[in-house]
Design a protein around this ligand. Structure first.
Ligand SMILES: Nc1nc2c(ncn2[C@@H]2O[C@H](COP(=O)(O)OP(=O)(O)OP(=O)(O)O)[C@@H](O)[C@H]2O)c(=O)[nH]1
Length: 489
């Protein structure tokens, strides 16, 4: 039986190996690279969002500082006007028309007059009349300091935690220190400005305009979501996280499969934003669905690429195998074809010359084959050729070379066999051929014989000359009556 030697198939599976060894790793590398790039783009995007949020909050902070100064000026002017009205009234608060004064301030400020005992004796707000400010010891002490210094003072804006209302007050003690004239900007006037500078609203706007962000909250130390308009108490676990960030001064990151929640510290800049709470924590909730969908899609595309490569590789392997078979084997008989067989004969001749070992060669021709074709048809002829070739091939040694030389002619190369030994083998082959029977039409069977010329390789002889001598011997065998082996001279 003969198998194709590896030497003759140097390019076998080269493309397939290229597919599996290079293309697939490249696909995997591209997939991994894309995955890393998507994650890092997401990371960059959220860092950018955080910078935008902090920057926006700082802008609000700066705007609030400017607003504070505007209100300061407005109140100082108002206090001066209040004092002038007080002097004009003969320094008798009772004769002051507070409602008219309020009108002069376009009703943006409430007016109070506090007596020497710390009681609100006159006011445009009826329910504050008679309010005893000594109840708040700290505040009362503060008022008395102002009274003692005798100069106008304007407080910073402040927020009442429970109501969420913003207030700003200014005080001007009368020269005799009997009275303190007080103005308070109406909370709704401040709220009007504050609504426009509400960081919660800014956060919502950023969240709305950005696909990756779901929500933004700013949490103060007291557990309120910082808002200039409607403060809301936040959930206790969110406050606990915010406090952890404040204490460690490190960002906190919580990752779920489709969300990412980050808590970052907004350092107090000493401006309005803090409202008494030194640092705010910003909670940012990101939507990771887009990132995860992208990564899954990337994995699927990579897998699809790998599967296509494997299928293509398998297909190429099959095609290559088929081409290899066609290049080596004879399509009808399945033994080596002439081109490949001749190349093997050359190799064996070279080897024999190099090793100085004998090499015999048998040129076979099926006897009266034309008659078989003529009597039973070409298809039966093909069957006979195929069957004889298969049977003969099976009796040979592994290192004998058997190939179809053309038509009904075959060649057997016996490397290492002397003429005598080769003659014995050739006779066995001839007898075997005579025993091969091919059944035709179920009941009939054909038998055939072969004639052959046996030749021993001479020194420096070419394959062409060798086969020429074998052919002459074959001719003699035919002339001698067929079913014979003749040895070439
Ligand atoms: N069926 C079939 N016939 C083939 C094939 N190749 C060659 N032949 C036929 O084989 C026949 C060979 O005939 P000849 O050269 O006259 O020899 P022969 O009839 O065998 O007679 P001898 O060789 O003198 O015994 C021709 O008719 C070819 O057409 C093949 O592949 N299949």
């Amino acid at each position: 039986m003969q198998a194709a030697p590896n030497k003759a198939t140097p390019s076998l599976y080269r493309i397939t190996r290229l597919m599996l060894g290079v293309f697939i790793p490249i696909l995997i590398l591209i997939g991994v690279f894309n995955g890393i790039r998507m994650s890092s783009d997401f990371e960059k995007m959220i860092n950018q969002v955080e910078q935008d949020v902090i920057h926006s909050l700082q802008l609000i902070d700066d705007a609030l500082e400017i607003l504070e100064k505007v209100f300061d000026r407005q109140m100082l002017d108002g206090l001066d006007e209040f004092m002038q009205a007080y002097h004009a009234s003969g320094e008798s608060p009772r004769d002051l028309d507070l409602m008219a004064l309020k009108g002069r301030f376009n009703h943006t400020m409430d007016v109070y007059i506090i007596n020497s005992k710390g009681i609100v004796e006159f006011s445009t707000i009826e329910q504050d009349l008679g309010l005893d400010l000594t109840q708040w010891a700290d505040f009362h002490e503060y008022l008395e300091t102002i009274r003692a210094e005798g100069v106008p003072v304007v407080d910073r804006m402040s927020r009442e935690t429970l109501t969420g209302l913003f207030r700003k007050y200014g005080y001007y003690p009368t020269p005799d220190k009997e009275w303190i004239l007080e103005l308070g900007i109406k909370p709704e006037v401040i709220a009007e400005y504050m609504k426009k500078l509400d960081p919660v609203q800014v956060g919502r706007r950023i969240a709305l305009s950005n696909d990756v962000i779901d929500s933004i909250r700013i949490i103060d130390r007291l557990g309120w979501e910082l808002s200039m308009s409607n403060p809301e108490q936040i959930e206790p676990f969110v406050l606990a996280r915010a406090n952890r960030v404040r204490e460690t001064r490190q960002s906190l990151e919580l990752v779920n499969w489709n969300t990412l929640t980050r808590y970052i510290l907004q350092e107090n800049r000493g401006h309005m934003m803090s409202f008494g709470a030194p640092d705010q924590v910003i909670e940012l909730v990101y939507n990771r669905t887009g990132l995860i969908t992208g990564i899954v899609a990337n994995i699927l595309v990579t897998l699809a690429g790998i599967i296509v490569s494997l299928i293509l590789g398998y297909w190429l392997k099959t095609v290559e195998e088929e081409l290899r078979k066609q290049a080596i084997y004879d399509g009808l008989t399945g033994v080596f074809n002439r081109r490949y067989g001749m190349s093997l004969l050359e190799i064996e001749i070279n080897k024999a010359s190099r090793l100085n070992s004998p090499l015999s060669c048998l040129l076979i021709d099926i006897d009266n084959f034309k008659k078989i074709n003529d009597s039973y048809g070409h298809d039966v002829g093909d069957q006979v050729l195929s069957k004889v070739a298969t049977e003969l091939n099976q009796t040979l040694r592994a290192y004998d070379v058997f190939f179809r030389y053309g038509g009904e002619e075959f060649v057997i190369v016996f490397p290492g066999l002397s003429l005598e030994d080769a003659k014995v083998c050739s006779d066995r082959i001839r007898q075997l051929c005579a025993q091969v029977s091919i059944s035709v039409d179920n009941d009939k069977s054909i038998q055939t014989t072969l004639s052959a010329g046996l030749v021993l390789l001479n020194q420096n002889e070419t394959s062409k000359d060798l086969l020429k001598r074998a052919d002459m011997a074959l001719y003699e065998a035919k002339e001698g009556g067929r079913n014979l082996i003749r040895i070439a001279a």
